[in-house]
Design a protein around this ligand. Structure first.
Ligand SMILES: [Zn+2]
Length: 203
């Protein structure tokens, strides 16, 4: 923790350009002689520009847990087996959803994997998604550029993406930790009813 504190101190001094500038910045964040931490936070970490996938990920109708997992996937921060292997936490990388001969990474899991591809294709059939791709980057770009706005169809498609990513991630975890596994059809039915119920509740 001490090392981390020293690292942050050096980072802040570097950001401000010296001790006197930092003191000046801190004093500018005082209100009625009290330090306002939120003002100091925003002075040190100004709000970043909106990312392209903001609307796709943070769809207001999606369950927060679905949006959160989709957000982690968009950042490529889900702890997939390729990352665990690099950190030395596991010794072998096998996708648990398909044959096992393929290694697991974000782009394989969503939706290059034969299992998750079948799930996503089933969901695309249901939402009458004429344009099709199971490549993660192409799919996300498509959503970001073509599925914007508050139209109901677009909202349902964004909900479907978040629910599918969440369900595939959950299924992958269930198989890794030895819980009951579900079939493609079972997962599609779960996603379908989740999206429909959520949509009905929001009316
Ligand atoms: Zn796979």
């Amino acid at each position: 923790m001490w090392k981390q504190l020293l690292k942050v101190r050096d980072k802040v001094l570097n950001f401000c350009g010296g001790v006197s500038n930092l003191k000046q910045l801190i004093s500018s964040c005082h209100i009625n002689s009290k330090l306002k931490l939120s003002a100091l936070y925003y002075a040190l970490y100004p709000a970043s520009a909106n990312v392209l996938w903001r609307e796709t990920v943070w769809e207001c109708l999606s369950f927060p847990k679905h949006a959160f997992v989709l957000w982690l996937a968009a950042h490529d921060r889900l702890l997939t087996q390729d990352k665990l292997l690099r950190r030395g936490i596991i010794n072998i990388n096998h996708c648990k959803l398909c044959s096992g001969a393929v290694t697991e990474c974000r782009n394989h899991l969503f939706f290059d994997c034969s299992f998750s591809r079948d799930v996503w294709n089933g969901i695309m059939d249901w939402i009458h998604f004429k344009w099709r791709s199971c490549d993660w980057c192409i799919l996300l770009n498509w959503y970001n550029s073509r599925l914007k706005g508050n139209g109901l169809k677009h909202k349902v498609k964004r909900m479907a993406l978040a629910a599918t990513v969440y369900s595939v991630w959950r299924e992958r975890n269930a198989r890794i930790f030895g819980q009951n596994s579900k079939s493609v059809e079972h997962l599609i039915r779960d996603i379908f009813s989740t999206v429909i119920n959520r949509r009905i509740l929001s009316i």
